[in-house]
Design a protein around this ligand. Structure first.
Ligand SMILES: Cc1cc2nc3c(=O)[nH]c(=O)nc-3n(C[C@H](O)[C@H](O)[C@H](O)COP(=O)(O)OP(=O)(O)OC[C@H]3O[C@@H](n4cnc5c(N)ncnc54)[C@H](O)[C@@H]3O)c2cc1C
Length: 300
């Protein structure tokens, strides 16, 4: 395909960072994934828009990668452009509990910085290892925490319409889904948080982190929860009922700590993870008559 090469030449001329055949395993928390044909790392909304204009002109597919904590990239990798948001990393605290942050900001870092300033609202999400853009797009949540009600406005770039600003209440946040995605890329977010005593917010944040460490695998390679919770049930509990904790396929296995996590020690391939997902889903369908939907995104 000439498109990605032409785009790369143009990006290099404009000094926008881009990398050919970059292995995505090092950009995902599960440490799995083949190369991206062209990985691009814009630093500003203008650079992000420029990349999207070129992709549209050349008809090259674009995917967005935040912290890679909810994607499983195939062993063969992906063609086209992977837009990596990491360099959109500015955080600015404003008056009245407002915080403006780039899509690439590591969410736990944002939570800790807000907490240190006595800003309340994000503390239950401290253990979500995504980027802010990924947290918005996936409408990630934990315990009572959900990002939607805290969003004041979002600067996004549409593949078809260019940059636009959306008011928080105009955004559709659903269970582990939102209006953002392939056509609408989050660039900056303005959140509104409540002002409180730093020590009180810190105590709550620490409590949530302790609880997570007791109930989820930590320090292992995973993409978090594999399946969404079906209506009125917990996917992890269903898998646990079937005795699936510790069940393995090749190098991939169901975590012994939390049955909705697939983990590995570093040698699993994406194909093994996908096969294991298939086996588990089929057993739940046959034995419990429940259809599980994956929460993780698969790229191939
Ligand atoms: C150990 C562990 C614990 C976890 N705990 C939780 C939890 O408690 N609750 C929870 O909800 N999730 C949890 N997750 C899942 C994951 O962290 C969240 O879904 C997170 O929001 C993903 O953010 P990310 O930046 O890593 O997104 P990525 O994995 O990089 O991408 C996920 C999706 O979002 C899209 N995307 C990313 N950034 C943007 C952007 N700027 N604009 C448009 N689209 C974008 C991608 O294209 C992709 O479709 C956990 C994961 C792990 C590994």
């Amino acid at each position: 395909m000439g498109g990605p090469n032409r785009i790369a030449r143009e990006l290099e001329a404009r000094e926008i960072p881009c990398f050919h055949e970059e292995k995505l395993a090092r950009y995902t928390t599960i440490r799995i994934g083949g190369p991206a044909e062209l990985l691009v790392r814009p630093r500003t909304v203008e650079e992000l828009s420029a990349v999207l204009d070129l992709a549209r002109a050349e008809d090259v597919p674009v995917r967005v990668l935040g912290a890679g904590s909810n994607v499983l990239v195939s062993d063969a990798g992906v063609r086209g452009i992977v837009l990596h948001t990491r360099a959109l990393d500015e955080i600015r605290f404003e008056e009245g509990g407002l915080v403006q942050a780039g899509a690439g900001v590591h969410f736990p870092t944002l939570v800790r910085k807000a907490t240190a300033k006595g800003l309340r609202g994000l503390e239950a999400g401290v253990g979500i290892p995504g980027s802010l853009g990924g947290v918005l797009t996936m409408n990630a949540g934990a315990y009572q925490f959900s990002i939607g009600p805290l969003v004041h406005e979002v600067v996004a770039v549409s593949l078809s319409r260019g940059p636009l600003t959306l008011a928080g209440d105009a955004i559709d946040f659903r269970y582990r889904a939102s209006s953002f995605g392939r056509d609408l890329i989050v660039a900056h977010v303005r959140l509104v948080l409540a002002e409180d005593e730093p020590r009180a917010v810190r105590a709550d944040m620490d409590k949530h982190m302790r609880f997570r460490k007791e109930t989820q695998p930590v320090g292992v390679k995973s993409s978090g929860c594999i399946f969404k919770n079906p209506e009125g049930a917990s996917a992890g509990k269903l898998l646990d009922e079937l005795g699936l904790k510790g069940f393995r396929l090749g190098e991939a296995r169901i975590s012994e700590v939390h049955a909705n996590f697939i983990v590995h020690d570093g040698a699993a391939r994406a194909s093994e993870i996908l096969d294991l997902i298939d086996i588990v889903r089929t057993r739940v369908r046959k034995e419990l008559s429940v259809e599980l939907e994956t929460e993780i995104m698969t790229w191939n």
